[in-house]
Ligand binder design. Structure first.
Ligand SMILES: [Zn+2]
Length: 282
């Protein structure tokens, strides 16, 4: 896929599982389990989809997945599965080395979006996975992540992002940010303060990476808002606003956690949003 001067690719960097009640909020299990069957521990399957944008000068990735730093116990809890895919392996398959990446856009700092940003080297020192990249984060999100609340502190691991700040790799930005002629970063505040969506646009097409606003196809249902959202009514407002634009202007919506569906266009009927078309980014 090409938008503007950017060649776009996407890949899965790994799989993990979360409790279905966390993922779908107040939606009854009888409904969400039709599309997302639960395992014996009530967990549903998610993936980490990474977006890669290349215009010949800049090689940008959006989010870095869960990474490889979690303890054995947490890997079991979240059923982290890199048996098929991992971040660096998939980048290599597409012809990129970690040194080639110039920009990393972190939609937010929850571990399942920022975990691959750092790694332990052979001396057990934490290092940026992409040594030549600038990592973009909303300032509000960084402040939230270093002092999380009791309710969401389990989603943040400082090892994923503090070393980037200390090494000067992180660039904090505020509010909506025009990255260049084709890429805009849009700040939201429902899921967590300062989550960013990434909008890639030219005269013909728009691709919107909504981060955790609409992470899976099932989240097209307006009340399907994750229980970890800090401000769920704000998420509802943001979902309505951006899905309405997506319908009116025929945008493509990138689904960063849906293991089955990569990208969709949407339509609106009888007060509800539905998938109009499923797409693959090739
Ligand atoms: Zn999140």
């Amino acid at each position: 896929m090409k938008i503007g001067e950017y060649k776009i690719a996407s890949f899965i960097s790994g799989y993990f599982k979360l409790d279905g009640g966390i993922v779908f909020g107040i939606i009854p299990k009888a409904l969400w389990s039709r599309t997302n069957p639960a395992d014996e521990n009530n967990r549903v399957q998610l993936c980490n989809r990474i977006l890669l944008l290349d215009n010949g000068k800049r090689r940008i990735i959006v989010d870095t997945g869960c990474g490889d730093k979690l303890s054995k116990k947490l890997k079991e809890i979240y059923v982290i599965d890199n048996s098929q895919y991992n971040l660096i392996g998939e980048l290599n398959k597409l012809g990129y080395k970690p040194e080639d990446i110039t920009d990393v856009i972190l939609t937010h700092l929850h571990f399942d979006h920022s975990g691959g940003s750092t790694y332990y080297n052979s001396n057990q020192q934490l290092c940026p996975t992409f040594p030549n990249a600038v990592y973009y984060v909303q300032e509000k999100q960084y402040q939230w992540a270093i002092t999380p609340t009791e309710r969401d502190k389990a989603s943040y691991f400082k090892n994923d992002f503090e070393p980037l700040m200390n090494s000067g790799h992180m660039k904090l930005i505020s509010d909506n940010y025009k990255f260049d002629e084709f890429i805009e970063l849009i700040a939201l505040s429902g899921h967590t303060r300062g989550m960013m969506m990434v909008k890639i646009k030219d005269d013909e097409s728009v691709l919107l990476h909504t981060a955790d606003l609409v992470p899976m196809e099932t989240h097209l249902s307006l009340p399907a808002i994750s229980s970890v959202d800090s401000f769920p009514l704000m998420s509802l407002y943001e979902k309505k606003m951006f899905l309405s634009s997506a319908v009116m202007e025929n945008w493509m919506i990138f689904l960063c956690h849906d293991p089955n569906t990569e990208c969709i266009r949407v339509h609106f009927d009888r007060e509800m949003f539905f998938t109009k078309e499923k797409l693959q980014i090739v």
